[in-house]
Design a protein around this ligand. Structure first.
Ligand code: ADP
Ligand code: MG
Length: 627
């Protein structure tokens, strides 16, 4: 509890004690009124002040006004009827404040939970200077510096290991509890915790560009993107609150006036009491508070599982996903190609690989990374000029002044060279050197471990159709799709063709059905933003993907797509439960109140009780790991 909450708790306890003592003390008349009024002010002065401010600012109708009007009215009624029964007014305030305290505690708690799990901001980076380690702000480390990360420390910047080996705990980022082995040459991302060995890391990104900063940014902005349900509730409250106020006024005035007209004695007191009860019951705080809280908890719960959702509107969209479109390389497959064969080479195998690796030296495509790895030696970038990457085709460059092209048969035809057909099933990288065909490299990729299971499980969460789009060879595409059980597959697509295909699918689906695209952002960032919801592989994917996507999967596991949909459905389910439950109880109590069958005590339950139950229900959205 924070200071403010503690102060509130003291006020609640003090007021409760005062009410009990006053109940026992035999005081009557004016002293009794003064003592009760004092108790009332102890517990409710801030609500009165807020209600007054609202009236002053011409924004009259809010919960504070409802509570103030109801309790002041109850007090006035007790004075007018000389009943001396002031406890009800105080009780309404007291329970309302208990509800508010509970709410602020619950919201604070889930906020803290979320920031604890997002507590990945590194405080410092170690730089070695003249044999001693110096701690500096991660912000101040230049790209290309070598930093030292000791066991137990958090990796402050993205980079590549140049010395040492260790295991990393990535759970804060990915929700994955298994430690990851790491060796020289591997890339590491910031935010992970180094567990066993000392690592020297050559940084490849500045702090603002590093993974941690990106993630923190994303999380901090998530709750500002509102869902339709949240919008609906705030609009609803804007209409609803004045409406119930006028209804209460009508309830207080109309029946006695009718009685007066009919010649009977008007029962002003009875109807005023009913109108006041009506006001207390109708307070919309259960909805106003629990719905944003449910979404907030849902986002937090998903984050803890390594699924970062950029806003509650996306949570809502995810729950209605009926079509899932996948990119292949890096999404369903690892995107780590191995060289299987080198065919029809007009030059030595080594030379061909060298040309390929050099031409690919600037690309971040998984294929180029793999070719560079297969080459295995240091790449002298000064030998390469005029690099051009053609999305969905390949690259062309000048190596030692000679024009080299590496890519698929589309690229060869573009250059006016007839490629030799390869009968191998695999991704074929054709090579042209100095205007002549120079052979091809057959590489193949491995399907991700959980890809098949993910495709199957999507069917259990309401997905009607799964589709795979790829720029790779049709035969490769079909064999991967068949192995995974994907419903439809389209191969040999250029990035623009992928957008067109997704648009075609979008045009054919029903209005409420949503389409998700899952990719790694390499050659598919435009599709990520075009789909109803874009899901990116975060650790593997490019920065462009993390920017363009609405949901980021930190550990690149396709099963997390299923999890994200499950989480969103649970969260939306909770929201609907709360809406129905709160409205049902309120409506019943309102009717009972109007016909005189509900007193203030029931009214308090309808308000505070429902709010507390709704909040408890909302918090369930935080616990999603069992889904
Ligand atoms: P996917 O849709 O499977 O992610 P891409 O659209 O990224 O594939 O690439 C499609 C095809 O284009 C690849 O299979 C490859 O033939 C060719 N290609 C793309 N980029 C490169 C590159 N950097 N080097 C060689 N070939 C490439
Ligand atoms: Mg791709």
């Amino acid at each position: 509890m924070n200071k403010k909450q503690k102060k509130m708790l003291r006020r609640i306890l003090l007021a409760a004690v005062m009410v009990i003592v006053l109940g026992i003390l035999p005081v009557a008349g004016l002293p009794r009124l003064v003592l009760y009024l004092l108790t009332y002010l102890v517990i409710g002065y801030d609500i009165l002040k807020k209600a007054g401010k609202g009236i002053w600012n011409r924004r009259v109708f809010d919960e504070n006004f409802l509570m103030a009007a109801a309790t002041v009215g109850a007090f006035a009624l007790a004075i007018y009827t000389r009943s001396g029964d002031y406890t009800e007014a105080i009780a309404v305030m007291l329970f309302y404040q208990i509800g508010e305290l509970f709410q602020s505690y619950a919201v604070g708690k889930s906020r803290r939970n979320i920031s604890a799990l997002m507590d990945i901001r590194p405080d410092y980076a170690n730089i070695e200077r003249e044999g001693t380690l110096e701690q500096v702000d991660p912000d101040e480390v230049a790209v290309g510096s070598v930093i030292v990360v000791q066991p137990g420390e958090r990796i402050p910047l993205d980079g590549e290991v140049v010395e040492g080996c260790s295991t990393l705990n990535t759970s804060a980022l990915t929700g994955e509890s298994l430690p990851r082995e790491i060796q020289v040459g591997e890339t590491v991302i910031s935010g992970c915790i180094n567990m066993t060995g000392v690592l020297k890391i050559h940084t490849t990104k500045a702090f603002e560009e590093s993974t941690v900063s990106k993630i923190l940014d994303l999380v901090e902005n998530a709750s500002s993107r509102k869902s339709k349900s949240e919008d609906f509730i705030s609009k609803f409250a804007r209409v609803y609150t004045p409406a119930v106020c006028y209804a209460a006024l009508a309830l207080a005035l109309a029946p006695p006036l009718v009685q007066l007209l009919m010649g009977a004695a008007p029962a002003w007191g009875t109807w005023l009491y009913r109108a006041l009860t009506f006001l207390v019951i109708s307070c919309p705080c259960a909805l106003v508070i629990s719905i944003p809280l449910s979404f907030f908890a849902g986002l937090g719960g998903a984050g803890k599982e390594g699924v970062l959702i950029k806003g509650s509107n996306y949570l809502e969209t995810l729950a209605h996903t009926r079509y899932v479109v996948f990119d292949k390389t890096g999404t369903l497959t690892h995107g780590v190609f191995e060289v299987d064969a080198v065919h029809h080479n007009q030059m030595e195998r080594e030379r061909l690989l060298e040309y390929a690796a050099l031409a690919e030296s600037a690309s971040s495509h998984p294929i180029s990374k793999s070719l560079q790895r297969a080459y295995g030696r240091e790449i002298d970038r000064s030998r390469v000029t005029d690099i051009e990457e053609i999305g969905g085709n390949g690259v062309t460059a000048k190596v030692d002044g000679i024009v080299v092209a590496a890519g698929n048969d589309k690229l060869m035809r573009r250059m006016g060279i007839e490629p030799i057909h390869c009968h191998h099933i695999g991704t074929i990288i054709h090579m042209a050197v100095d205007g002549a065909y120079a052979g091809h490299i057959v590489i193949s990729d491995v399907v991700k471990e959980h890809a098949g299971q993910a495709v199957q499980e999507l069917k259990h969460v309401g997905v009607k159709q799964t589709v795979m789009l790829t720029g790779d060879d049709k035969r490769v595409a079909e064999s991967v799709a068949a192995a995974l059980g994907v419903d439809q597959v389209y191969g040999e697509l250029l990035p623009a063709d992928k957008v067109a295909k997704v648009e075609e699918l979008l045009a054919h689906k029903g209005g409420k059905e949503k389409l998700a695209f899952v990719g790694d952002g390499i050659n598919d960032a435009p599709v990520l933003s075009r789909a109803d919801i874009g899901i990116a592989m975060g650790a593997m994917g490019s920065d462009a993907a993390i920017e363009a996507a609405d949901v980021v999967l930190m550990d690149d596991d396709p099963l997390k797509i299923v999890k994200a949909i499950r989480i969103s459905r649970k969260c939306i389910g909770i929201v609907y439960q709360n809406i129905v439950f709160a409205l049902l109880v309120k409506f019943t109590c309102l009717v009972l109140g109007a016909v005189g069958m509900a007193n203030m005590w029931l009214a308090i339950f309808a308000d505070v009780g429902v709010m507390i139950l709704a909040i408890l229900n909302a918090i369930r959205a935080l616990f999603v790991h069992k889904l």
